[in-house]
Design a protein around this ligand. Structure first.
Ligand code: TYD
Length: 213
């Protein structure tokens, strides 16, 4: 059995999760925990190569989904599972919920096929499926997200999608939360950075008090 802590951070592009991941890392480090801060797609040299392809090359929807899961498999085997086995805290900027949200919701790819791939790629020796212990979902109206992104850097393949794509991504995150309510915490990401930060801290405290960490 593993004793680490696995937390993922999700949300549509522009929801502002990156700032908060760094703060959460500081909190755990201050408690003396070893923290592995990582991201998907990516997190290993091979998975980062797959990231560059999948974020910038046009491709078929199944190819895109398979590459997301291929990158995830490498990441799990090389980084996440060893870190959890050591007892570390793994903070992951996106995980499988993003595949359900973007490929499932945004692209309209078959939810059941994604569920099968998830079971295969995240299979555990005891027959279970690896999932984050906690998923912090930065939920934001796609129109506000688009305004925030307009002043940001050059968009990648996903960031340049129209507003209705992100409305579908958002709805798919909500569906995942409904399917796995125990590990999901929704944060209202339309608030100021400080208010969002305070909510993230509250979510972590509440979760710890449930005895999970
Ligand atoms: P993102 O996490 O926003 O990183 P950055 O802040 O560097 O832009 O970018 C990753 C993009 O990949 C984002 O648009 C969502 C997309 N994505 C998927 O479509 N499916 C997935 O399974 C994952 C993990 C990400």
């Amino acid at each position: 059995m593993t004793h680490g802590t696995f937390i993922s951070f999700e949300g549509i592009d522009g929801a502002g999760k990156s700032t908060h991941i760094a703060r959460v890392a500081d909190v755990f480090r201050a408690q003396g925990r070893a923290v592995v801060q990582t991201r998907e797609p990516g997190g290993t040299p091979l998975a980062e190569k797959l990231r560059a392809l999948v974020l910038h090359e046009p491709m078929d929807a199944l190819t895109e989904a398979l590459l997301m899961f291929a990158a995830r498999r490498e990441h799990l085997v090389q980084v996440i599972e060893p870190a959890l086995a050591r007892g570390d805290v793994v903070l992951c900027d996106r995980f499988t919920d993003a595949t359900f949200a973007y490929q499932g919701g945004g692209r309209g790819f078959d939810w059941q096929v994604l569920t099968l791939l998830e079971r295969m790629v995240q299979a555990l020796p005891d027959g279970g499926v690896r999932q984050p212990d906690l998923t912090v979902w930065f939920d934001l109206d796609p129109q506000i997200a688009a305004q925030r992104l307009a002043s940001a850097r050059l968009p990648d393949k996903f960031e340049s999608q129209p507003a209705d794509f992100f409305a579908a991504v958002r709805a798919a995150y909500a569906r995942r939360k409904q399917e796995m309510p125990g590990r999901f915490a929704r944060i209202d990401a339309a608030q100021s950075i400080d208010a969002v930060g305070a909510d993230v801290a509250r979510v972590l405290d509440a979760w710890r008090h449930r005895g999970a960490a």
